[in-house]
Design a binder for this molecule. Structure first.
Ligand SMILES: C=CC1=C(C)c2cc3[nH]c(cc4nc(cc5[nH]c(cc1n2)c(C)c5CCC(=O)O)C(CCC(=O)O)=C4C)c(C)c3C=C
Ligand SMILES: [Fe+2]
Ligand SMILES: [Fe+2]
Length: 381
């Protein structure tokens, strides 16, 4: 893949902050508070409610991100405001109502559970001075609001883990942008580490293999296992995004662990949005064609979705199930995402552990300082 050489945008936000806005700081920081390490997990985000106004708010924020839709801004502004934000919110709200739970949107519920499970495991290993929080790239809880809370808790070292195993500019880089944009307006920055992908990380692959094996143990196997990933425009691949390659690598390594031969598994891409060509083969076209090719039973697993969400529960388990059965399929199983299953949490703990390694010890003895020493080290005292 040839790298693209487009120039960087001028730092308009930095100019604005330096000219008319102030950097936010922590004037009430106390030298007696412990210095903490923070782990921030993130996912895409989801609307606050399955209603048209909430969908319009969510989709406006999401689809205005130039990392997601790489179309010249003036043209995209017109299409987004005059067409998409008129037609899509009521339709999407209807789809969300079909998967909404009493606790809220599935993506939010699973991410919250993952955060809770990771917090328990990581605090058992590192103690209470490790802070674990979650945030959403779009919608709530927002990345700036959670970073602010972490700063207030004394986080001076931060590890950001977007729960996207395969790197894509539209997801992973967009999350980095949101963190960087928040930092651009912040006075006191923590040490920062960012996990850009973990598509070939052995514990993640092992967790998926174990998960699929246990599904097979309960439900038996199908003739074909489809690995369906969220798509992106094909243009992003040709312009240098490694997402497609990483989806294929994850799938190959997972199929190896499952002992599948070439005819027993396939990679497909779902959730096409807009008119241009996206990564192929498409999940829906594949499922419509398979029965005609003699494949009457399939299982679909989505390795790129760390949590179940609209795109798996509705698009795969309802819409695509319908396409396959209408085309003459006899059996369709959706294998749920890893969500907060123990093997997934253990894999994420291992990933965090590997990425936290090597940071020098911090001296956390300030709580015991004498008043004279504290005053000497506190420039505001
Ligand atoms: C897992 C990785 C994802 C990639 C890559 C991705 C790219 C991408 N998505 C859109 C447009 C939409 N995606 C929507 C939902 C959605 N997308 C992901 C993940 C990836 N998207 C998730 C987890 C979800 C579900 C969120 C939830 O609330 O459950 C939607 C909104 C739903 C709808 O209205 O249909 C849109 C729109 C683009 C354009 C894109 C890459 C360029
Ligand atoms: Fe998406
Ligand atoms: Fe979709």
């Amino acid at each position: 893949m040839a790298p693209s050489t487009s120039g960087a945008l001028p730092p308009v936000n930095l100019w604005l902050i330096g000219t008319i806005m102030k950097f936010t700081g922590q004037p009430d920081f106390s030298h007696r508070q412990p210095l903490r390490t923070g782990v921030l997990i993130t996912n895409l985000g989801t609307p606050d409610a399955p209603t048209t106004p909430a969908l319009r708010r969510y989709l406006r924020e999401f689809l205005s991100d130039p990392r997601v839709v790489e179309v010249p801004r003036p043209l995209w502004w017109l299409i987004l405001n005059l067409v998409i934000l008129v037609i899509r919110p009521p339709r999407s709200a209807h789809a969300y109502r079909g998967v909404w739970t009493e606790q809220g949107s599935p993506l939010l519920v699973h991410t919250r559970n993952q955060c809770e499970g990771l917090r328990q495991r990581l605090q058992a290993e590192y103690g209470e001075d490790l802070v674990v929080e979650f945030a959403m790239r779009y919608g709530n809880p927002s990345i700036p609001s959670v970073l602010q809370r972490m700063a207030e808790q004394g986080v001076t070292r931060l590890l950001v883990l977007p729960l996207y195993p395969q790197y894509s500019a539209s997801t992973s880089a967009s999350t980095f942008d949101a963190v960087a944009r928040d930092f651009a307006a912040r006075r006191w920055l923590p040490d920062l580490r960012f996990i850009s992908h973990y598509h070939d990380y052995a514990p993640y692959l092992d967790a998926m293999a174990e998960h699929i094996h246990s599904h097979w143990a309960q439900h038996g196997r199908a003739e074909k296992l489809l690995f369906s990933y969220h798509g992106v425009p094909k243009r992003y691949l040709t312009e240098g995004d490694p997402y497609f390659c990483e989806c294929h690598k994850t799938s190959r390594l997972l199929a190896e662990r499952l002992g599948l031969n070439e005819s027993q598994w396939q990679v497909t891409f779902q959730s096409r949005f807009g008119r241009e060509e996206w990564l192929q083969p498409y999940t829906d076209a594949t499922l419509k064609a398979l029965p005609g090719e003699g494949v009457k039973s399939v299982q679909v697993f989505c390795p790129g979705f760390s949590a179940d969400c609209l795109e798996t529960l509705e698009e795969i388990d309802v819409e695509n199930r319908g396409y396959f059965m209408e085309a003459g399929g006899e059996r369709f199983d959706y294998i749920p995402a890893l969500n907060d299953c123990p093997a997934h949490l253990d894999a994420l703990v291992a990933l965090v552990h590997d990425h936290l390694g090597g940071w020098p010890d911090q001296d956390n003895g300030d709580a015991a300082l004498t008043e004279r020493q504290r005053r000497a080290e506190d420039t505001r005292a």
